[in-house]
Design a protein around this ligand. Structure first.
Ligand code: PMT
Length: 405
């Protein structure tokens, strides 16, 4: 498995059209988010947008010419017709921010500036990110224009709720650049998992001792979150069952929050209906307090010095009889005898695949951005991975599932 950085937009050209709203000030950050994912970004700036963000800022970030006019004599080094050449080379045309005026002109099929002409001429997917005053956004004219554009197959990323530059509060804020870039990645990704329903468990469980204390582990949810994002980007319908974590899951997934191993077991049982693939990336407690103490255990009391534990329900072992045609993937977190322990777990828990990862070392297992170990399949195949980014490993795991499905 390679160790190149994860760059889902490598080799892709994104044409970013910036129209004249205050949110245009976020355009340089959108460029950065796209470029950090490997994209080439070409920017078109309307005259009004150039009042909010300068061509020079964008040119410095993209290292490419910035397009501002429909017929720019000074740009005609290659004698290309720009709205056509940009439309043709785009893998995706992104309009962010898209003002109410721009949406109205697009809905009427106008082509009176470089942005509208490019959108009209392109065969690539178009993502519109409307941003404006809440009353303009909620106006029936804007609603109708958005409905028209959506019906024509243009993608729309809804604005967010919040304080608006005009002083009003409501829906109209441009989503954060990272959110926009994530949507671009999804729209340019192969949808090879479309139609597949995947249930993924993530993070740690917390087992309460008393109202103050609990037992948990070092899982941050990163490995699970990488799987969630990768599966969503590739078109799968994803439900996450998550223990308490600080991170955010991909916006397309349905998230079910749980706390303890027994809550996770109940949620997995309920969530299995209609699911094709289960991936258990969660670090589930193996032992839980025998009894929850409703009142804080005082220092020095015997309950604390001899905390009694009992085994937690083994989720995979419990649901084994419900497996049917579903594909079950487990993880094995090991410090020693990685392969032997993982093979034993795969067999005992009736899994189709197990991801054996090393824990207790730098750059692997809990909390790190990378992971090391072996992917083992019930058909006997295996693949070693060393310090591979969890985002990349997630795609490899999904490739294997797809191959076996
Ligand atoms: O979240 P991160 O910080 O990114 O860390 C990632 C990770 C190290 C937590 C992850 O890669 C990982 O290894 N998850 C599984 C951890 C674990 O519980 O391993 P295990 O070897 O104890 O369990 C084997 C399998 O049985 C796992 O799929 C586990 O989810 C499942 N299990 C465990 C206990 C239990 N009571 N019921 C279970 O179903």
């Amino acid at each position: 498995m390679g160790d190149a950085p994860y760059a889902p937009l490598a080799g892709r050209t994104i044409v970013l059209c910036i129209t004249g709203g205050i949110a245009a000030y976020k355009a340089p950050l959108i460029v950065r988010s796209l470029a950090s994912r490997g994209a080439h970004v070409d920017c078109i700036l309307t005259e009004a947008a150039a009042q909010f963000v300068t061509p020079l800022s964008l040119q410095s970030l993209t290292g490419r010419p910035i397009y501002t006019r429909m017929f720019p004599v000074e740009h005609q080094r290659s004698y290309e017709i720009e709205h056509i050449s940009l439309a043709d080379k785009a893998d995706l045309v992104l309009v962010a921010p898209a003002t109410a005026n721009c949406l109205a002109r697009l809905a009427h099929g106008m082509a009176d500036d470089l942005v509208t002409a490019t959108v009209l001429a392109t065969k690539a997917p178009v993502l519109l990110c409307p941003s404006m005053n809440v009353n303009m956004y909620e106006h029936p004219a804007t609603r109708a224009n958005l409905a028209t554009l959506r019906n024509r197959g243009l993608e729309i990323l809804e604005p967010e709720q919040g304080f608006l530059a005009c002083g009003w509060e409501g829906k109209g804020r441009l989503p954060e650049p990272e959110r926009i870039a994530a949507e671009v990645v999804r729209l340019t990704s192969p949808q090879d998992l479309a139609g597949l329903k995947i249930l993924i468990t993530c993070g740690p469980t917390c087992e309460d001792i008393d109202p103050v204390r609990f037992i948990t582990n070092r899982s941050t949810g990163k490995m699970g979150a990488a799987l969630v994002e990768a599966a969503c980007l590739r078109g799968a319908e994803v439900t996450v069952i998550s223990g308490p974590v600080a991170l955010k899951y991909a916006p397309w997934a349905r998230v079910v929050d749980v706390r303890s191993a027994s809550e996770m077991l109940a949620a997995v049982k309920e969530g299995l209906d209609g699911v094709d693939v289960l991936i258990m990336a969660a670090a589930v407690a193996d032992y839980v307090p025998k009894e929850y103490q409703r009142r804080k255990i005082k220092k020095g009391r015997s309950e604390m010095s001899a905390l009694e534990l009992r085994p937690s329900p083994d989720i995979l072992a419990t649901i084994k009889p419900l497996k049917d045609k579903r594909f079950f993937v487990g993880f094995a977190a090991e410090t020693d005898d990685l392969k032997e322990n993982a093979l034993e777990k795969m067999k005992r828990k009736g899994l189709d695949m197990i991801v054996a990862n090393r824990v207790g070392e730098e750059g692997s297992g809990f909390a790190s951005a990378t992971n090391s170990g072996i992917l083992l399949s019930a058909d006997g195949t295996q693949e070693v991975f060393e310090h591979v980014e969890k985002t990349m490993l997630a795609h490899t795991i999904l490739d294997k599932i797809r191959g076996a499905w």
